[in-house]
Design a protein around this ligand. Structure first.
Ligand code: GDP
Length: 444
């Protein structure tokens, strides 16, 4: 998803890495690279312009956050701006207070409406809701049948016109379908409507008539993320011709360049509510602007991690440990303290999972043993205070005692001591962990 855009944006940040100070010229250079990356990804020009100027302004005015290096500040500004153009807060879905909730689907033919109907149906059914699919797409000969197949797969009822009744009236089908749902106590009605290959006034009129007849709680405009620049024109035509309350981006699993996703909110003013990521009925998710932004920047959820670190880690203590590490005076007590601080952020698996680029280590992550951290803690706790201050006191018999005391093996004790000494040496050389308290123990 968005791989190309991701790569280019991450590349544009590389030059800022390691810089102690970022000048206006640096920001200008980065901004032009971001601009190029967005244009290459088919993001609409007005959106690009607004994005780049906001990034420039905010990057110049950014206040320094403790623990973030200047380059990271810029990444954060870009991230926040991405969240903004993707819609800011996650928008809650509109449900009926009483009686069935009505969702109407609109979009071009092939956008993924019928598939979405099945996905929504399956999802709501798993929440113990009674769902009715309504086949108001009478344009394509096979559409009704396709929706019936979806209904079967999702395990929900489908309302369709009697076969052999000629072309039929989609407004009538939609209306009777909704009435059927009201009379029979359904919780959600999903009305599938006809799409055409291109924008066409007759289709818009029909969708508008259906909308007026059934007064849906959400009109979901399904937009194929693969269509590139045309997305803007199509979205605007549907907004003006039918009106919609939310957007569903489909086919985000393909090599979509990302333009549609990044433009549609800015261009139409309506939020993205779902992302469809495959042909299977489970291949879709609620759309969260912040998570999508993190994904585009291949950041994992590092910002959540930074925020939690700012809230939960004792900055003064982290600073003290950092200074000790700089001078080569790190002890196992400090190591223990840091470990406990980091553990406040959650399980190690969760923390590691939020790190960028961790996707490639997914298997190792899945096999990560939380107990490993407990064993490290147990080993350190079995040492005397003097030993924690100076590991050279640990001779063979003491190591055996510590292994027995902590329920581990001598090999594990040896490995920990070795790793700790290597870490201490490396920190001394590196000049420490710049104040963030995020630790720098190799292998942790
Ligand atoms: P409709 O004409 O708007 O009802 O579109 P369909 O639901 O019939 O979808 C058109 C084609 O796109 C079908 O072959 C679907 O399987 C496929 N499709 C729908 N959504 C997705 C998606 O999120 N990812 C992928 N890869 N294919 C999808």
């Amino acid at each position: 998803m968005f791989q190309n855009l991701s790569d280019k944006l991450t590349d544009s940040f590389k030059k800022l890495r390691g810089k102690g100070v970022i000048t206006e010229a640096d920001i200008d250079a980065t901004a032009s690279e971001i601009r190029r990356a967005l244009l290459d990804a088919d993001v609409a020009l007005p959106v690009v312009r607004q994005f780049v100027s906001a990034v420039k302004e905010k990057a110049l005015g950014a206040t320094v956050t403790q623990g973030l290096k200047p380059g990271q500040q810029v990444v954060r500004v870009v991230h926040d701006e991405l969240v903004e153009i993707l819609g800011g807060e996650t928008r809650e879905l509109h449900f009926a207070q009483r009686g069935p909730t009505i969702f109407m689907l609109a979009g071009l033919q092939g956008a993924g409406k019928t598939t979405l109907a099945g996905k929504l149906a399956k999802w709501m059914r798993s929440e113990n809701k009674r769902v009715l699919l309504v086949a108001a797409d009478l344009q394509r000969p096979n559409a009704v049948n396709q929706l019936q197949v979806m209904g079967q797969r999702a395990g929900v009822e489908v309302w369709a016109p009697e076969p052999g009744n000629g072309v039929g009236d989609p407004v009538q089908v939609a209306r009777t379908g909704v009435n059927h749902a009201i009379e029979n106590g359904f919780d959600l009605v999903i009305v599938d409507t006809a799409g055409r290959l291109g924008i066409d006034e007759e289709m818009m009129q029909q969708a508008r008539n259906i909308r007026e007849a059934i007064n849906p709680h959400e009109v979901l405009f399904v937009l194929d993320a693969m269509v590139g620049q045309d997305a803007v024109q199509t979205s605007v035509a549907f907004r003006d011709g039918v009106g919609f309350t939310g957007v569903v981006l489909s086919k985000l699993d393909g090599d979509a360049r990302g333009g549609a996703a990044l433009s549609v909110r800015g261009v139409t003013g309506q939020p993205i509510l779902f992302a469809s990521t495959g042909e299977g009925l489970d291949d879709f998710e609620r759309f969260h602007p912040d998570r999508m932004a993190s994904r585009i920047l291949d950041m994992g959820d590092i910002l959540t991690l930074i925020e939690q670190a700012e809230k939960k880690i004792d900055q003064a203590q982290a600073q003290e440990v950092a200074e000790k590490a700089l001078s080569g005076g790190l002890t196992l007590d400090d190591f223990l303290t840091q470990l406990q601080q980091i553990r406040k952020l959650g399980s190690m698996k969760k923390i590691l999972g939020m790190l960028p680029g961790v996707g490639q280590f997914k298997d190792q992550l899945d096999n990560f043993d939380e107990k490993e951290v407990n064993r490290i803690e147990a080993i350190v706790r079995s040492m005397t205070p003097a030993e924690r201050r100076d590991v050279r006191l640990l001779n063979g018999s003491r190591r055996a005692r510590i292994a027995a005391g902590s329920g581990t093996t001598v090999a594990e004790v040896n490995a920990l001591v070795k790793r700790f000494e290597a870490a201490r040496e490396m920190m001394k050389r590196m000049g420490g962990m710049a104040g963030g308290g995020m630790g720098g123990f190799p292998g942790m």
